[in-house]
Design a protein around this ligand. Structure first.
Ligand code: NDP
Ligand code: 8X3
Length: 254
């Protein structure tokens, strides 16, 4: 059953990976989309492709979720109520032990993954609360459940997403606004290219011999979470490739 048709879905970080795969799935189900990211050209191309393939009504907005005033300006200009907010924009930078952690990497991870997600939530949730309807879906991670070496800042940011999700659910207790998070393990996207700052060889090695999750795998879970009946709230789901049993326990074929 399609419960998504006609809904307005706001996806942050739609220029790549999981966010982009979500844009296609929700478009295919007849949603209206608001897509955001920092790379304007990619957003333009995506909106064009979605219009041609699905006749999707897509609006795009170019801003950095770390920039509070840009987020506020974006939210103030939204023409229609947001039914589903997918807080997906996020990144990891580096895999250095904490004693070598770069201050600028740490700031960007916390400002994007934690403060950016919180900012969008605080701006979009009041409308949902007043309409007594809506769904916030946060991209968390297996790193929200277990920290790994080299991930002090990234894992902290995803532990924070778990805390934000739980607190948001409780803040909206007694309303019909749903709050969920999705916690994937290794998904092959641009994530590791970003983490290793363009070292594609290093990025590719993360997924070697492992048959990783794809962006489409996770988009399908997000869609499933969003498409449940209104009385069903999936708070979390942890998804690993079959060869991964924890953030640090990964089997690889030779
Ligand atoms: P990608 O790098 O492919 O996509 C990340 C998206 O986030 C891009 O669209 C990027 O857009 C956007 N983004 C990053 N920083 C900002 C910013 N400051 N402001 C606005 N948009 C931003 O990675 P994934 O698709 O894999 O990641 C999506 C989410 O999933 C992230 O939150 C990540 O932590 C999480 N995740 C990923 C996993 C994986 O293994 N890949 C596993 C578990 C969770 P642009 O650069 O155009 O701004
Ligand atoms: C992304 C998963 O293990 O690459 O959240 O950090 S991992």
């Amino acid at each position: 059953m399609n419960r998504i048709k006609g809904k307005t879905v706001l996806i942050t970080g739609a220029t790549s990976g999981i966010g982009k795969a979500c844009a296609f799935l929700f478009a295919d189900s007849g949603a209206n989309l608001v897509l955001t990211g920092r790379r304007e050209e990619r957003l333009k191309e995506l909106a064009k492709e979605l219009k041609e393939s699905f006749k999707t009504n897509t609006k795009t907005a170019v801003f950095d979720v770390q920039d509070y005033s840009a987020c506020e300006d974006f939210a103030s200009k939204l023409k229609e109520p947001v039914d589903i907010l997918i807080n997906n924009a996020g990144l990891a930078l580096g895999l250095d032990p904490v004693y070598n952690l770069r201050q600028d990497d740490m700031d960007i991870m916390i400002d994007t993954n934690v403060k950016g997600l919180l900012t969008l939530t605080r701006l979009i949730s009041p409308g949902m609360k007043s309409r007594n309807s809506g769904h916030i879906i946060n991209l968390s991670s297996s790193a929200a459940h277990e920290a790994y070496a080299g991930g002090a800042a990234y894992c902290a940011s995803k532990h924070a997403v778990k805390a934000i999700t739980e607190a948001t659910k409780k803040d909206l207790h007694g309303t019909k606004v749903r709050v969920s998070m999705v916690s994937p393990g290794l998904v092959e996207t641009e994530f590791s290219n970003v983490r290793f700052k363009g070292d594609d060889q290093k990025a590719n090695s993360v997924y070697e011999g492992l048959d990783p999750l794809t962006a489409q795998d996770i988009a399908e879970i997000i869609f499933f979470v969003a498409n449940r009946p209104e009385h069903v709230n999936i708070l979390d789901s942890v998804i690993y490739p079959v060869y991964q049993s924890s953030p640090s326990m990964v089997h690889r074929d030779a």
